[in-house]
Design a protein around this ligand. Structure first.
Ligand SMILES: [Zn+2]
Length: 190
C-alpha cells in the first residue's frame, strides 16, 4: 500500500523498496486479555505520541478516519478520541493506540468545534455520530485489514455494529408494520 496511491503491485513495491529509506514497525504485543503492554504506562500520560506509536496508528488507518475521507495519513493530525487532560493526564484520555486516530485538519476541526461526536473501541476502530444521531464507522477498510499481523482482530460484537444492526432491524420492522397497516386499510379488490 503506497500512501496517496493505494494498493500497488509487488514488482513496483520491490523497485521502490530497493531505493527507499526504511523504517520497520514492531508493535509491542498486547497481553492475551487485551490489556496494553506494561511498558506503555509512562508514555500514555505524555501528550505527544512517540514516533513509534505515531507510525503504528498511521499504518493502522491509512487515511483520515472520518467516513469517506481519504486524506493521506502521513501528513495529517493524530487526535485523542477521549480528550487528553493537560492538568492531570491520568484523568483524561491516554496517549495510546486505542485512543488515537488520524484526522485531517478539516475533520479534526469539525470534531472539535461542532456537534459531531467521535468514538473509538478497544480494537481501535473509530466511528462517528452525526448531529442527527446517525452513526458511521470510519472507512470501508483500514491498515488493520491489510496488515493484520500488526493489530488485534476486530471483534464481531463491535458496539457500533450491534447498534447499526439493531437500528436496521427496527427500521425494517417499522417499515413492515407501516406496510401491513396500509394493506389492512386498503384491501383488494383495488
Ligand atoms: Zn478527513
Amino acid at each position: 500500500f503506497l500512501d496517496r496511491h493505494g494498493i500497488i503491485d509487488a514488482d513496483t513495491a520491490r523497485t521502490l523498496l530497493a531505493e527507499a529509506r526504511r523504517t520497520y514497525i514492531h508493535p509491542a504485543p498486547d497481553a492475551p486479555d487485551g490489556s496494553p503492554p506494561p511498558d506503555a504506562d509512562s508514555s500514555t500520560t505524555r501528550y505527544t505520541p512517540s514516533k513509534k506509536l505515531q507510525a503504528l496508528v498511521r499504518a493502522g488507518e491509512l487515511c483520515c478516519t472520518f467516513p469517506g475521507c481519504n486524506a493521506p495519513v502521513w501528513q495529517i493530525d493524530l487526535d485523542h478520541t477521549e480528550p487528553f487532560d493537560h492538568t492531570d493526564p491520568r484523568r483524561g484520555g491516554p496517549t495510546d493506540a486505542r485512543n488515537l486516530k488520524p484526522l485531517c485538519r478539516f475533520h479534526h476541526r469539525i470534531k472539535t468545534f461542532t456537534s459531531w461526536q467521535d468514538h473509538q473501541d478497544e480494537s481501535r476502530t473509530a466511528w462517528f455520530t452525526t448531529p442527527t444521531g446517525h452513526m458511521f464507522v470510519g472507512n470501508a477498510f483500514s491498515g488493520r485489514d491489510l496488515f493484520n499481523k500488526l493489530f488485534p482482530r476486530r471483534s464481531p460484537d463491535h458496539p457500533a455494529r450491534d447498534r447499526l444492526n439493531t437500528q436496521r432491524d427496527n427500521d425494517f420492522r417499522r417499515h413492515q408494520r407501516a406496510e401491513k397497516r396500509w394493506n389492512d386499510a386498503n384491501p383488494p379488490p383495488f
